[in-house]
Every structure is written in structure tokens, then in C-alpha cells.
Design a protein around this ligand. Structure first.
Ligand code: ATP
Ligand code: MG
Length: 426
């Protein structure tokens, strides 16, 4: 694109972020911690496409949800098929579960995933158009112990991430037996306070009344304060199930609180739903969320198999962890003086990298001073300077950068590696 005589660069799309090198250490920590925790509970990774048929999301998430109504990136491909960039992970994972008949392999299938999701929302801190989720799905059992296992996993994952602030809130959304009665009671209540609701909620009242309770507009929060709560309408089976979940959580000392207003924004949820909520990210208060979806597999054409899952938002977790440093510093910086020293330096550097150490040098090999400046900038733990004398004597001074302590050692990768990793200087 040209503007006047100026060549204008191309920038990223609004709401789509680059993850820069100094940020990726934090993301790797989050991903590695999740992988470590998931494996303890027997969850195995599944990777599904980022694009699916639009119908998959309409049928699972629900036509009257915010995601399907307003937020999906939907387009026609060259063959005229309607495709959508996945707005969440569960629909695709359940599609794959059915398509590959994973239910035939085990009575409980435990899957985990991580990757980008796409929603056309108004970008702000903690809310982007491409964002990343890490999640799990446990498909095959209605037993409350499975709910408790997933909640235990979520709670331990946040603990391992070093985050104690987001607190776990749980609720039960009932089932097709009891929810219609609750829905009627809620619609009844809402019709009495219509004028106080925002335009979206006046519409939702007819299409998806439970969503009104999730509205962030202050007027709607106020108006619905006296609304009937689902907990008073649970059928005996749902009530027993929810008590069962709480019994297991108490037995394993998982901290939680009950929030009977939590309704979640996706239609497929039944019974247990939950959120990890923080007070530190403004309106972006949900850091992780999930719940049961006992009818979803069947609804998408599979057998009648129940499931439960959750997903966390990586960007929001990263914001909460924000000020921690995950910098990777070199173990050794190799500085050289003169042409033959360059080759020796390269040999030593390669040998140490083969041995598993992080080693840096200055490819430009400018003055010694500028090489050592780079060693400082990279925060190298040790440095050596190789010149004529070092090559002749086959000895080099290993300098510990933190305190300047020096030791004369042989100019051999093996010896240097031994000193740096566990020798006398450590
Ligand atoms: P919110 O109420 O904040 O819109 P949500 O209910 O739409 O969240 P879910 O669909 O349950 O969110 O997704 C699970 C998690 O994914 C959220 O808790 C959040 O951490 C993250 N998330 C959802 N949408 C976004 C987004 N647009 N940008 C960044 N993270 C997001
Ligand atoms: Mg949302």
C-alpha cells in the first residue's frame, strides 16, 4: 500500500497479537505446567483443526448465544461451504471424539488441548479476537467424582502456576428435566423488570433468558438481584449430583464457593458449571471456565455419552503472572581475539552446545570491549576470552560474571562444561 510517496508497512489485524520473544518464556511456563498437571490425571493431548463447518458451532454452542449470534469468524470457502474459525475447543474435540469413535476405546476418555480460538469481540485488556485456550474434556461418565477430579485438576493447575487469587465458583444448571421449570420462573420474574434491562437482555429474555443473569451491564445486575435461583429448582437427581460433587471437593480440600447466578454463555452446559474468577482484570473476570455437557455428544450425532470439561484463557493467566521473569540467560559467553581464535571459539562453543549448555558469542566479533558488553547485556553467567596465548597454552580464564571470580582451566569443552555445571566454582 502506498500513501503519497511513503511506503506504509503492513500491521497485524486488530485484536490479533504477536507473542514476542521476551514474552514466550512466560507462555511456555504456562503450557508446560498445564502439560505436567494434565498428565498426572491421565489426560492425553488431542489436536483438532482451527476451522470447522459453521454448523458444528451453531448446533453445539447454540444459535442464541453471544458467540454464535455476534462473535464468530464465519466465511464461505471457494467451494461455497460455510466455515468458521473455532471460537472454543469443546465442539471440535467432541466432533473428533464421535468421528473417530473414541468412545469404543475406553469408558472414560480424557483429552486435553491447547491452541488459538477466534471471536469477533471488542478488543481490550484480556479480550482479543485471536486468543488462546488450554483445556480438558473428560467424556464418558456422569459420576460426580469425575466433576471433582476436573475441579481438583483446575485448582492444582492454578496452584502450580503460582496463582492463588482466582477463586473457584461453582453452580449447577440442572438438566432438561428441571431447567424448563426454572426458565419459566425466570422469564416470569424478568417480565416484571423489563424496563430496567438493557436492549440485549430484553431480547435475551425471550431467546435465552438465563443469559440475562450473565449480563455485565450494572442496570441488569441490579434489576436481577432478586431473580429466582436455579439451586431452588434442581430436580432430585441434579440435587444429589451437585451434593455429590461438593462432597468430593470437601473431601479433597478443594476451596470453592457457590454462585447460583453463574449461567455460562454456551447452551450445551448441564449440571455442574464453574468459573475461576479474578478481581484483577476488570470486566475480564473469568480466567477459566467450564462445566458438564451431558447432552452434547448425542446432539452432535454421537451416542448418548455425558462429558465435562474446562478451558482457561492463556492471555488472562499471562496477565496475572505478568511481572515474573522467565528469561533464559546463557551459561557462557565466548569472546575471541583474532582470526584463528574465532575458529577455536566456534569449536568450543559448538562442543558446549552439544553438551547441553547455553552458549553465545558475537558473530560480528568486533572489539573485545564490545563483545564483553554483549556478554553483560545477555546476562551470561560465565565468560571466556580466547586469544593467541590461550591457544598456545591451551588454558583459558573462566570468569564468573556475577562476582568476577576467575579460574584458569584447560581450553577444552569437556573441562569448561564440568566447571560451569558443577565444578569448584559453583
Ligand atoms: P467472558 O465472560 O470474559 O466473555 P466467556 O464466558 O466468553 O468469557 P469462555 O467461552 O468460557 O469465556 O472461555 C473460557 C476462557 O477463555 C475465559 O474464561 C477467558 O479466560 C478466555 N476467553 C474467552 N474469550 C476471550 C477473549 N475474547 N480474549 C481472551 N480470552 C478469552
Ligand atoms: Mg465471552
Amino acid at each position: 500500500m502506498k500513501r503519497g510517496n511513503l511506503q506504509v508497512g503492513i500491521s497485524a489485524i486488530k485484536g490479533f497479537n504477536d507473542l514476542l520473544p521476551f514474552e514466550s518464556g512466560l507462555w511456555q511456563f504456562i503450557e508446560q505446567t498445564a502439560r505436567k498437571v494434565f498428565s498426572r490425571y491421565g489426560f492425553q493431548e488431542i489436536r483438532v483443526p482451527v476451522v470447522e463447518k459453521t454448523e458444528l458451532f451453531c448446533r453445539s454452542i447454540g444459535d442464541t448465544t453471544d458467540i454464535v449470534e455476534k462473535e464468530m469468524y464465519t466465511f464461505a470457502d471457494k467451494g461455497g461451504n460455510s466455515l468458521t474459525l473455532r471460537p472454543e475447543g469443546t465442539a471440535g474435540v467432541v466432533r473428533a471424539f464421535i468421528e473417530h469413535k473414541l468412545y469404543a476405546l475406553d469408558s472414560l476418555t480424557k483429552l486435553c488441548y491447547m491452541g488459538p480460538m477466534f471471536r469477533h469481540e471488542r478488543p481490550q485488556k484480556g479480550r482479543y479476537r485471536q486468543f488462546h485456550q488450554i483445556g480438558v474434556e473428560a467424556i464418558g461418565s456422569t459420576d460426580p467424582m469425575v466433576d471433582a477430579q476436573v475441579l481438583h485438576l483446575v485448582s492444582r493447575l492454578f496452584q502450580e502456576l503460582g496463582l492463588t487469587e482466582p477463586s473457584l465458583q461453582i453452580n449447577s444448571l440442572g438438566c432438561p428435566v428441571c431447567r424448563p421449570t426454572y426458565r419459566r420462573a425466570l422469564v416470569n420474574f424478568l417480565s416484571g423488570c423489563q424496563d430496567a434491562l438493557c436492549a440485549d437482555c430484553r431480547r435475551r429474555q425471550a431467546t435465552n433468558p438465563l443469559r440475562v443473569l450473565d449480563c455485565k451491564v450494572p442496570g441488569c445486575i441490579l434489576a436481577t438481584q432478586g431473580a429466582p435461583t436455579i439451586s431452588d429448582y434442581l430436580c432430585p437427581d441434579c440435587d444429589t449430583h451437585f451434593s455429590g460433587v461438593q462432597g468430593y471437593l470437601n473431601a479433597a480440600d478443594v476451596p470453592y464457593s457457590l454462585n447460583s447466578r453463574m449461567v455460562r454463555g454456551l447452551d450445551y452446559y448441564t449440571r455442574t458449571t464453574f468459573e475461576l474468577v479474578t478481581g484483577l482484570l476488570g470486566a475480564q473476570s473469568a480466567v477459566a471456565a467450564g462445566g458438564r455437557y451431558d447432552g452434547l455428544v448425542e446432539q452432535l450425532g454421537g451416542p448418548s455419552v455425558p462429558g465435562i470439561g474446562f478451558a482457561l484463557g492463556v492471555e488472562r493467566v499471562a496477565l496475572l503472572l505478568g511481572d515474573r521473569s522467565f528469561e533464559q540467560v546463557p551459561d557462557l559467553f565466548v569472546a575471541v581475539m583474532g582470526d584463528s581464535a574465532r575458529k577455536t571459539g566456534f569449536r568450543i562453543m559448538s562442543g558446549l552446545q552439544d553438551a547441553g549448555l547455553r552458549v553465545e558469542a558475537d558473530a560480528e566479533a568486533k572489539s573485545l570491549k564490545s563483545q564483553l558488553r554483549r556478554a553483560d547485556k545477555l546476562k551470561a553467567r560465565y565468560s571466556i576470552v580466547i586469544g593467541e596465548t590461550e591457544i598456545e597454552t591451551n588454558k583459558v580464564t573462566l570468569k564468573r560474571m556475577a562476582d568476577g571470580e576467575q579460574e584458569l582451566v584447560s581450553l577444552e569443552a569437556v573441562e569448561l562444561a564440568a566447571k560451569i555445571t558443577g565444578g569448584s566454582m559453583l
